[in-house]
Design a protein around this ligand. Structure first.
Ligand code: GAR
Length: 225
């Protein structure tokens, strides 16, 4: 395995995506290690998951900062201190400002439980159900200014059944979230992602077996795999 990139994972809650990244990292399935987990909520369960795995954590309370920019500047200070290569928003329920985006342009990813640009924002699965879509899914994208906005790296599609509830649809989508985020991280770690305008081009030449191993359930997330 080549040199590991250093990750920061930003969370606000449960941290199941964080857990999936911890798991693949511990198993050596991605060329990445988590340098720090930052939460904007001190009682986020994801902080417990990080501590259980001896990962440094930091909880920052937005009310201690004058505005979003000041909060984001503090985050950047911490990211630099921990020599972070790639920032992952994983259920981080805050709008990020240019103060964070600029210094980490094309090095911040977000995961969202819908096929963006449909249904950004809160309660994406509920929005999709209420809209009556036949397919939904999840998206990993580079972060730009705006809510759940930026060039798309990878998406997974799931069918929506007539009897789906927010819970059943969320559960199915989450399974795919846990699959595609590690793949996006490994593609980044292998230097395979190139942003051209709105598009993210994936260099598939000599794709490593690591990528295919991450797709252990043969999800075959097209068109990447
Ligand atoms: C995930 O479903 C993630 O896609 C979503 O929050 C959940 C966090 O779960 N993010 C967004 O809706 C961003 N707009 P987790 O804390 O268990 O990873």
């Amino acid at each position: 395995m080549s040199k590991k990139i250093r990750l920061a994972v930003l969370i606000s809650g449960r941290g199941s995506n964080l857990q999936s990244i911890i798991d693949v990292s511990k198993k050596g399935m991605i060329d990445a290690e988590i340098a720090i987990v930052i939460s904007d909520k001190k009682d986020a369960y994801g902080l417990v998951r990080a501590k259980e795995n001896d990962i440094p954590t930091l909880s920052l309370s937005p009310k201690d900062y004058k505005n979003r920019e000041e909060f984001d500047k503090k985050v950047v200070e911490e990211l630099n201190k921990h020599k972070v290569d790639l920032v992952l928003l994983a259920g981080f329920m805050r709008i990020v400002t240019p103060a964070l985006i600029e210094p980490f342009r094309d090095r911040i990813m977000n995961i969202h439980p819908a096929l963006l640009p449909s249904f950004p924002g809160l309660d994406a699965q509920k929005q999709a159900l209420e809209h009556g879509v036949k397919f939904s899914g999840c998206t990993v994208h580079f972060v730009e200014e705006g809510m759940d906005e930026g060039p798309i790296i990878i998406q997974a599609v799931v069918p929506v059944m007539d009897n789906d509830t927010v819970d059943t649809l969320s559960e199915l989508i989450l399974k795919y979230e846990h699959k595609i985020y590690p793949i996006a991280i490994q593609l980044f770690a292998e230097g395979r992602l190139k942003v051209e305008g709105r598009k993210v081009l994936v260099n598939k030449e000599g794709m490593s077996s690591a990528i295919y191993k991450l797709d252990d359930n043969n999800v075959k997330i097209n068109p990447i795999l």
